[in-house]
Design a protein around this ligand. Sequence first.
Ligand code: SF4
Length: 222
Amino acid sequence: MGRVNRSFPIESILNTLEGEYPKWDVPVVTLIAMQSGDPFKVLISTIISLRTKDEVTIEASKRIYKLLTKPSDVYGVTIEQIEMAIYPCGFYKRKAIQIMDICDRLVREFNSVVPDTIDTLLDFPGIGRKTANLIVAEGHNLPALCVDVHVHRICNRLGYLSTKDPDDTEFTLRRSLDQAYWKKINYLMVAFGQSLCRPVSPHCSKCPLLDVCKRKGVDKHR
Ligand code: SF4
């Protein structure tokens, strides 16, 4: 089980990142949630976004929204049309099947409403903890902890957590971080990780957290 540095000022760090956030690109699913306010669009774009660049996700999302505005629209399109709409996102053929299956199940079992609980979403094929948490947080605006590689890496680099993988980070945050910060830790650290605290050679010389960061595991930096 992961460890928490209880004396680490995580809330003040997140407040600092929030002040810097307007300078950075908004993470793609957060942007789609802000623009649409539609859990179904958030779900579809979250699936497209896995292992896919943000700019590809945005364009693929625009194309598939023309085909699917609600789950039942899936009965009027072919798998090839969905594949063409989301191409060239990563694993587009597998994701097209997944999108069809999810839409069908939403219609048959959930009255076309996207569930708002992690456990229900985890029961859908291909939806893991990261995806389920992102749908609950961004699609339904409820407290949920989406831990991706950026959140996991930055929490450990800072010296706030000592965890072995993103799931360990999620469960450690669940017992240590105030719920008021659950949703925002994702979009703040994703934007920060894409701009300054990069996976390889982070921009430490420009970082507003340099004074408090332990830079654990950082061998090379700019
Ligand atoms: Fe990341 Fe460097 Fe900033 Fe630490 S000081 S948070 S390693 S960019």
